[in-house]
Design a protein around this ligand. Structure first.
Ligand code: MN
Ligand code: MN
Length: 470
């Protein structure tokens, strides 16, 4: 360095050149933090009322109708500002607000899923063993089985009786309801269990739910413990054992959503993945007045098991929904799709200092740093992911910055540590631009997951900006 040359101010240069590391709470300020707290109250109510895909759709239809949405009629012509929804079998849903330009320049889609990991019943679930009545189960989605024992469970679902009549069940959520549980061995007698690896210690066939311990009163005969439970179910729901064959019954954690932390900055609940994106995507479309481009929110089922079935996004219902919107404007669906884009709204892993070795600290998402953007997901060499283009990511970050949306970029974890996929892949098949965005979660897929309120609110703001931007 020459003698009279001034020293470079590295702090100033770093501010200009390097990524901003300001904490999210500081970035948004106390006023926005209060708004995030308020938004969380609505979200917690939703969490408590809608624990399955069916309950989520029931809630969403009610809320959508209140917000002026009407059932979509493909024969009808719609004008800018019209609000429509399509209910796919009570388990998935598409909502749209027609834009000033309609579908001409493509539609904007926020796609979240409303199914969560849980414990489903087998078709012939009820049995008795050693004077207890129990239910055989088949777990749904990616769970660590040991987390699902010795916690309170509630029962949710639908039963179709032999005569075709239907009944919706929900036991264990209301004050005073009975709840259920899967038992665990006491540590005093846990020697054999403790010697096993974690993946061997609990098998799928061990996840049997305790539902009774008394025999049928005043009776003689066989299987009185099983019969007693069946008798109660018969009295309550007018069903017989065979009706459980044509049923979809899930057991989920009975916990209510609560604030976590002395600072109340977080929410602990069952099923943040992915209702923590579904709720902001719904609220954003409810608040969307007359966008330029037609805005669509999708609530999908079956994401946790590979988006299968006619209510999962491997089905064509979203494609048809957009095709019908296009047809109403005299447009070819494929031309609309190729100009469309989508925020695939699903959770990502929040950096957890307790398990730091699973993450790469420099490329992880953190609590309170806003909506997490992921260019790609997948496993190994990005296998099974939708790798968003630099152009589309460039557009998204400009959009978020222009609308003061708190956002961060990150990968799910360390390279080759594992991985995961989302519906981004399925939607990219329609030749739309897709990118993964969503709320960072601690303890993902556990019965009790944790998110930050600020991140939930930032995710809402992200969808709102996305729908409303030119
Ligand atoms: Mn998910
Ligand atoms: Mn998941």
């Amino acid at each position: 360095m020459a003698k009279n040359e001034e020293k470079i101010d590295a702090k100033k240069l770093a501010e200009e050149l390097l990524n901003d590391k300001t904490h999210g709470a500081e970035k948004v300020g106390p006023k926005e933090m209060k708004k995030a707290q308020r938004f969380a109250e609505g979200y917690k109510e939703f969490l408590n009322r809608a624990k399955t895909e069916r309950e989520s759709v029931t809630w969403a239809v009610e809320a959508a109708e209140k917000a002026g949405f009407v059932p979509f009629d493909p024969q009808k012509k719609y004008k800018a500002g019209d609000r429509v929804y399509y209910n796919n079998r009570g388990k998935a849903m598409c909502l749209a607000v027609i834009g000033k330009k309609g579908c001409k320049e493509g539609v904007r889609i926020a796609a979240a899923h409303i199914d969560n990991p849980r414990i489903d019943l087998k078709p012939i679930p009820l049995y008795e063993a050693s004077e207890q009545a129990l239910l055989k189960t088949h777990y749904y989605g990616g769970i660590k089985k040991f987390q699902w024992v010795a916690i309170p469970l509630s029962m949710h679902g639908k039963i179709v009786r032999k005569d075709g009549t239907e009944i919706t069940v929900n036991v264990g959520e209301r004050e005073g309801d009975p709840q259920f549980t899967i038992t665990d061995i006491l540590p005093h007698l846990g020697k054999d269990q403790m010697a096993k690896t974690m993946s061997e210690a609990f098998t799928g066939e061990d996840l049997n739910i305790l539902v009774g311990s008394l025999p049928l009163e005043n009776a003689q005969g066989e299987q009185l413990f099983k019969l007693n439970v069946m008798n109660i179910l018969h009295e309550q729901y007018d069903i017989v054992e065979s009706d459980l064959i044509s049923a979809e019954i899930s057991f989920v954690p009975a916990f209510k959503a609560v604030d976590i932390g002395f600072d109340r900055s977080m929410i602990g609940a069952y099923g943040h993945d992915d209702r923590v994106c579904a709720y902001p995507a719904l609220e954003a479309i409810f608040q969307c007045k007359t966008p330029d481009h037609t805005a669509v929110t999708v609530l999908a089922d079956k994401e946790e098991v590979g988006s299968i079935g006619n209510t999962g996004l491997c089905s064509e219902y979203l494609r048809y929904f957009v095709a019908d919107l296009a047809a109403a404007e005299g447009l070819e669906a494929r031309h609309v799709w190729s100009k469309s884009n989508c925020l695939s709204a699903d959770v990502t892993a929040a950096y957890d200092p307790n398990y730091a070795s699973a993450y790469e600290a420099g490329n992880s998402c953190y609590l309170n740093r806003g909506v997490g953007v992921a260019k790609y997901t997948g496993s190994r060499g990005k296998g099974g992911s939708n790798d968003a283009s630099a152009e589309f990511l460039g557009w998204v970050r400009r959009l978020f910055d222009e609308h003061q949306v708190l956002w961060q970029i990150g990968e799910l974890g360390k390279v080759d540590q594992g991985g995961g996929g989302t519906v981004a892949l399925d939607i990219s098949r329609l030749n739309a631009d897709v990118i993964d965005v969503g709320v960072p979660v601690l303890s993902m897929h556990a019965p009790f997951e944790v998110v930050s309120k600020l991140d939930v609110y930032a995710t809402f703001q992200a969808f709102k900006a996305y729908f409303e931007a030119k």
